[in-house]
Design a binder for this molecule. Structure first.
Ligand SMILES: Nc1ncnc2c1ncn2[C@@H]1O[C@H](COP(=O)(O)OP(=O)(O)OP(=O)(O)O)[C@@H](O)[C@H]1O
Ligand SMILES: [Mg+2]
Length: 329
């Protein structure tokens, strides 16, 4: 018998919700669970069904399924997914981050969980294992779990209906299902979107990324709310006029802005170590990600104008009653 955790069983024993909102949601969600299990329990004489039970569609389920998408590759979808997962778990939510980047998975690496991955989403879809056997619990946060993608398979091998069913099943167990979408607009993108109820589009302030984000926004279902994260903003470059500003991006995309994340080399360091950026003390990037998580939870947290922030050197100078112009002479 291995020491692997059995996430599904343990989730049932999670601590009581922290906020009134959580308590109401939990109270509203609780009664049907035992009743539903009791009602569908097969008679003892019948063998246990091998095939996965088809769950209600995502729109009827209690959790929120959010796809993190972009069009252009390398703009920060996986980084955002992992960190929002951590921040939402810290807020007392049950969260699963679902790597839908079949063949190029790396959410497990970003979360430092690559050595714990045994099974993956395709194993669940093709009924080689149960869902709880494929879920991997985070090293630190007990209510954060990862559903890994298959590494040696192709995105086209998954049928959209299977993704819808799997995401629906996840929303039965989790408050948030964050789906890390592959780059591009092909089958992998369609599969990642099909089971979701909401979208977050990530872009960097570059013309090519913004154009791809615009294309992706147009490909989402009409009734799917889509919000925007601008990642890797460099305030100094915006001030110089060499990088698109938040307003420039919003002029093209016209989506609801849910957050702006500054560019920070430390993100790459943290990511390479498999640590969340939200855990980096004093990190402006980590704070920006936590604010986004709070907004997803409905909190009214203003989006600060990063270009108005003083850099470290200017802060020191202002404390000494100098300005940068004074310093230059
Ligand atoms: N705010 C940031 N500051 C600095 N580096 C960042 C930031 N966000 C992401 N990165 C870095 O950018 C690179 C790409 O990030 P990530 O893998 O999250 O993008 P992605 O959109 O998931 O890529 P892909 O399309 O290939 O899946 C990584 O090296 C990551 O550490
Ligand atoms: Mg990625």
């Amino acid at each position: 018998m291995s020491n692997e955790v059995r996430p599904q069983e343990e989730l049932i024993a999670l601590p009581a919700p922290k906020t009134i909102g959580d308590a109401l949601a939990a109270a509203a969600a609780q009664p049907p669970e035992p009743v539903a299990v009791a009602a569908v329990e097969p008679p003892p004489a019948e063998p246990a069904p091998k095939k996965r039970v088809r769950m209600p569609r995502a729109t009827e389920a209690k959790g929120r399924a959010i796809v993190i998408t972009s069009g252009k590759g390398g703009v920060g979808k996986t980084t955002v997914t992992a960190n929002l997962g951590a921040a939402l778990a810290d807020a007392g939510k049950r969260v699963v981050v679902f790597d839908a980047d079949v063949g190029l998975r790396n959410l497990d690496v970003v979360m430092g969980l690559e050595n714990r991955v045994r099974m993956h989403a395709l194993d669940v879809i093709e009924e080689r294992c149960e869902l709880d056997e494929a879920l991997v619990r985070d090293r630190v946060r007990r209510s954060l779990l990862l559903l890994p993608a298959a590494q040696n398979r192709d995105k086209d091998e998954i049928e959209p209906e299977d993704m819808t069913d799997l995401v629906s099943e996840l929303t039965e167990q989790f408050d948030f299902v964050l789906i890390d979408c592959p780059a591009g607009i092909e089958q992998g993108f369609r599969n990642a979107v099909v089971g979701a109820q909401e979208a977050i589009i990530v872009t960097t302030p570059e013309v090519s990324a913004v154009r791809d984000a615009d294309r992706v926004a147009g490909l989402l279902p009409n009734d799917m709310p889509a919000r925007l994260i601008i990642n890797r903003l460099r305030p100094a470059l915006v001030k110089k006029g060499t990088m698109m500003s938040v307003d420039d991006v919003l002029e093209v995309l016209r989506l609801e802005l849910v957050g702006v994340i500054p560019d920070d080399r430390e993100v790459i360091v943290a990511t390479n170590r498999g640590n969340p950026v939200v855990d980096m003390p004093g990190s402006a990037t980590g704070q920006a990600l936590r604010r986004i998580a709070a907004r997803l939870l409905g909190e009214n947290v203003p989006i600060p104008d990063l270009t108005q922030r003083k850099d470290w050197f200017s802060n020191v100078l202002s404390k000494l009653n100098f300005s940068r112009a004074d310093a230059k002479g």
